[in-house]
Design a protein around this ligand. Structure first.
Ligand SMILES: C[S@@+](CC[C@H](N)C(=O)[O-])C[C@H]1O[C@@H](n2cnc3c(N)ncnc32)[C@H](O)[C@@H]1O
Length: 270
């Protein structure tokens, strides 16, 4: 398997979901992720026992929570996964009527296509999120409403790239929901000591103190929710296994910069 350095990072959350699937008290129950890990030629043991695997699972659980809410309100709506990696949200949440687009860089999309064929409701797109042309593929096939899920992708751009991408999304998907993570300056500065990122070459580059930055860039962006991993929405927290709730309680008490500065945000584009 040949992937570029930022592309390789997709293997971390994939492995997190696979490890979670083996637990009796699995959060996501993502058996498809476990199958994908088993079929990839990659030494995943470098990520064994890293606390960030649980963090990635909890991040995905929050994005799933938001996407589920969107699908309940809009059963025939459209989900656009930006930097999809080998994300398996479709396998976890598809309702039989929504449309899904999975966008990633060309090498990742080629890999994804070996596992996931396009169908009338599911389309892979090979492009950078910063390119101007790909939204045409989505809007030509689906009128929306749109939910754009950028899970662990935009912080890997530099600030100008992230700003450009969010401007493009705002122009092409007005009124859409956008879920994205943001990493603050201390998180960005500490990546060489981060348990998972220190194991790969890629680094996050966009230091963002929080979602209010987006509203400053693009007036009219409405911040609907913003959470740290240790303080998820109450409903999601209450549905987590006991071991995860205890972990989150401990993390919230410690106020670690790498936890407190990493935010999961839901915004409505202007
Ligand atoms: C940490 S992985 C997250 C993958 C997936 N969202 C998940 O949660 O499993 C980051 C992903 O962003 C993708 N990515 C990085 N830069 C990108 C860009 N400019 N355009 C599209 N995708 C990008 C990488 O190829 C990789 O698949």
């Amino acid at each position: 398997m040949q992937l570029g350095s930022v592309q390789e990072t997709l293997l971390i959350p994939l492995y997190g979901r696979a490890v979670d699937a083996r637990r009796k008290d699995s959060v996501l129950g993502d058996t498809r992720a476990a199958e994908l890990v088993a079929s990839l030629d990659y030494d995943f043991t470098r990520f064994d026992d890293l606390p960030s695997l649980t963090g990635a699972v909890l991040r995905t659980a929050l994005f799933d929570h938001w996407v589920s809410g969107f699908l309940t309100a809009h059963p025939a709506g459209t989900l656009v996964e930006l930097g999809a990696g080998l994300n398996t949200r479709y396998e976890r949440l598809d309702n039989g009527t929504a449309h899904w687009f999975d966008l990633d860089l060309p090498d990742v999309t080629a890999l994804r296509r070996t596992f996931v064929p396009d169908t009338p409701r599911r389309t892979a797109i090979a492009a950078s999120v910063t390119e101007a042309a790909w939204p045409d593929i989505v809007t030509a096939r689906s009128a929306g409403p749109y939910f754009l899920a950028a899970e662990a992708v935009l912080p890997f751009l530099d600030e100008a790239g992230a700003r450009h991408a969010i401007g493009l999304l705002s122009d092409r998907f007005p009124g859409a929901l956008l879920a994205l993570d943001t990493a603050g300056p201390a998180f960005i500065a500490g990546q060489d000591h981060h348990d998972a990122l220190s194991k790969v070459d890629a680094r996050m580059r966009w230091a963002c103190a929080g979602p209010d930055q987006l509203a400053q860039w693009f007036p009219g962006i409405d911040v609907l929710a913003s959470h740290t991993l240790s303080t998820p929405p109450t409903k999601m927290y209450e549905e987590l296994p006991v071991a995860h709730r205890q972990l989150l309680d401990g993390l919230a008490a410690q106020q670690l910069p790498q936890v407190e500065e990493y935010r999961l945000n839901l915004v409505r584009l202007p």
